[in-house]
Design a protein around this ligand. Structure first.
Ligand code: TYC
Length: 101
């Protein structure tokens, strides 16, 4: 008696995927002082004075500006900390996050 052993046709393909990155976005408002926004960008996002000034002015002129991209957890933590730093001074400064396409 002969047993016919057939190999399964399905191949298992292992895929390693990078975690999706999330943008931190700075939103303009009419009340937070420019220098305060620059100080937060330098302190929380480790930007130079020049970089921070450019990002602040882009948000000021266009309404919003992408600050940086991180993993979701880091993006949300930084956005929350930066928003709370403004709130502690009574400013409506807002940082939001959204997934990168
Ligand atoms: N528009 C603010 C002002 O004129 C400055 C500002 C810039 C506030 C960017 C928030 O995300 C911001 N004082």
């Amino acid at each position: 008696m002969s047993d016919i052993v057939t190999k399964p046709k399905t191949k298992v393909k292992l895929q390693v995927q990078r975690p999706r990155l999330h943008k931190v976005i700075l939103i303009n408002d009419d009340f937070t002082p420019r220098e305060f926004v620059v100080a937060i960008l330098k302190g929380e996002f480790r930007m130079s004075e020049d970089q921070a000034y450019q990002v602040m002015m882009t948000a000021h002129r266009k309404g919003a500006c992408v600050v940086a991209v991180f993993t979701q957890d880091v993006a949300e933590t930084k956005a929350t900390r930066a928003t709370e730093a403004g709130r502690a001074k009574g400013y409506p400064l807002l940082f939001t996050t959204e997934p990168e396409e």
